[in-house]
Write a protein that binds this ligand. Sequence first.
Ligand code: GRF
Length: 223
Amino acid sequence: MSDINIFKLAVLASGNGSNLQALIDASKSSSYPAEISLVVSDNKNAYALKRAEEAQIKTVTYDFKDKSNYNNLASELKKQSIDLICCAGFMRIIPDYFVKGFIGKIVNIHPSLLPSFPGLNAQKQALDSGVRISGCTVHFVDEGVDTGSIIMQASVPILPDDNLDTLTQKILRFEHKIYPMAVRLIAENKVYLEDRKTNYKLDIESIPEGFLFPDMQVRLDEK
Ligand code: GRF
């Protein structure tokens, strides 16, 4: 149920929306400190929109080739009193002037261990490079492409028989875990951006299981 103090999210998604779904599922728990108030897409056929409708979340689609729609988006975010914008497979580079207005209030999830493999096809970039560990990153959005300050990461081994599909699926499993975790910490004001750097107000007891520990993957796999 809606509560005036709840931390309100807008999720920007262009495609399948499995990360949106992970956030929807997390927010169903009464102990989760955030709710999704708006789902925004640039693609009227995005499956993400169906997921939102199913969860009875307001949706809006904009043609962002028309840049004035970023102003319309900003108005809508204000109207809905959105606290945090979560990019989740949003396949557009958001213009600098929009990002500047929301610094510290936009996050993104990316399927590599940034700063390695920014931009498109991160999983393919990792496979082609021959690295044996990749993963995913939640970061604040700045004016660059996947360059904003890192909040949380999870690592995934790349085994000799991995291919694009297996690696993508393995990484997605961890995206679905760390995105809701990172958003929770922001909603609880335990993670915030200051002078373009991520700050943490975490005592050791409140660090989510797995976070900051090199054996994160094992711990998450046990769940
Ligand atoms: C994810 O791998 C995300 O990291 C990247 O795009 C993909 C979106 O997947 N930015 P989904 O739409 O959330 O299923």
